[in-house]
Design a protein around this ligand. Structure first.
Ligand code: FMN
Length: 327
């Protein structure tokens, strides 16, 4: 098992484990939390609109704020076929990007409205990648799904086109375009991509524990893993995978209450006051899945009007489970 993934020729990601781009979740507070626990090798930003990127102020923008330790770092962009991506790319050069990712798989409404991502045809994607390749010497990555329908030839033609146009890294989310996140991922289809291209392939979708990670690697033969929701539920999952699969010498002992309160501290440190509560609610939605009666916790935080109120809810919840009432 290779424990390093090369991003271009000069950036190494070790272990080859990446935090997925997730709107409202893949931000500086979560990244630092994960870094403090350990086991992460690569970060992706949440998807960024190419029209907003050039005008966002990175010192206050919740989408762009980032500290130097949050590296290696790939910014993910999304754009419609008629949009000019060059100003956004120039901005990313100023932000010390280690790579730029094209969102080609996400079916989110903002993406669909623009006809971007997986809603673009092969020819449109080709010209966008060409334009991106001409605009940057940074490593380019592309995040895709398996396609509109399960069709090996279409999928591999698409991936080979990306490689021919200069994409340096492919991340494959093992679901079809219209499939919900609860559907079982088709990790073996990532293996078909892996066998067809020379660039590194990262596998994504449905990794929530070390066993999932091991199975995904076995079935896909991928060069690395990208974890999304599983890393929000358990920010220590990267450390667990790094230790158990890549043999990293990492202390994986955590305190589940301390991790939650550290996350709140980091939200306070990294975001303007009005940007904190929504992000805490979104995080808690996933984090609460660690507990049998976590939905009470999630609802309590959801109904809170301030971080202070949410902290009281959390204190009470963690006190209760300490007393053994979470079963
Ligand atoms: C709340 C949320 C927001 C997401 N935002 C993005 C995004 O901005 N760009 C993207 O390519 N994928 C996005 N995704 C998809 C994830 O990157 C990932 O492909 C998906 O969650 C499957 O991985 P997982 O099973 O490890 O969560 C998002 C997923 C979630 C749950």
């Amino acid at each position: 098992m290779v424990d390093t993934l090369m991003l271009g020729t000069s950036t190494s990601c070790s272990p080859p484990l990446a935090l997925a781009p997730m709107v409202g979740l893949s931000h500086s507070a979560l990244r630092i939390l994960i870094l403090e626990i350990g086991g992460i090798g690569l970060f992706f930003s949440e998807m960024l609109s190419v029209t907003r990127l050039p005008i966002e102020n990175e010192t206050v923008s919740p989408f762009l704020c980032r500290t130097p330790v949050e590296s290696p770092f790939i910014y993910q962009i999304f754009a419609g076929p008629d949009q000019d991506i060059v100003p956004a790319v120039e901005r990313l050069h100023q932000l010390d990007a280690q790579g730029i990712d094209l969102n080609l798989g996400c079916p989110a409404p903002a993406v669909r409205k623009l006809g971007a991502g997986s809603f673009m045809g092969l020819t449109e994607v080709r010209s966008m990648v060409r334009c991106l390749r001409a605009a940057t010497s940074l490593p380019i990555s592309a995040k895709i799904r398996l396609g509109k329908t399960l069709d090996k030839d279409v999928l591999l033609t698409f991936c080979r086109m990306l490689e021919d146009e200069g994409v340096d890294l492919l991340t494959v989310h093992a679901r079809l375009q219209g499939e919900k996140f609860c559907r079982k991922p088709r990790w073996e289809w990532i293996g078909k991509v892996k066998n067809a291209v020379k660039v590194p392939v990262i596998a994504n979708g449905g990794i929530f524990c070390v066993e999932d990670a091991a199975k995904c690697l076995e079935r896909s033969g991928a060069d690395g893993l990208m974890v999304g929701r599983g890393a929000v539920c358990r920010p220590w999952l990267f450390a667990d995978i790094a230790k158990n699969i890549y043999n990293f010498d990492i202390d994986t002992g955590i305190n589940i209450k301390d991790v939650y309160f550290r996350f709140i501290e980091l939200l306070d440190a990294r975001f303007l006051p009005e940007r904190r509560l929504g992000r805490l609610k979104q995080f808690t939605h996933y984090y609460s899945s660690n507990f049998t009666f976590g939905h009470h916790f999630a609802t309590g935080v959801q109904n809170s009007k301030s971080i202070k109120e949410a902290k009281v809810v959390a204190e009470e919840f963690f006190d209760k489970i300490k007393g053994g009432s979470d079963d």
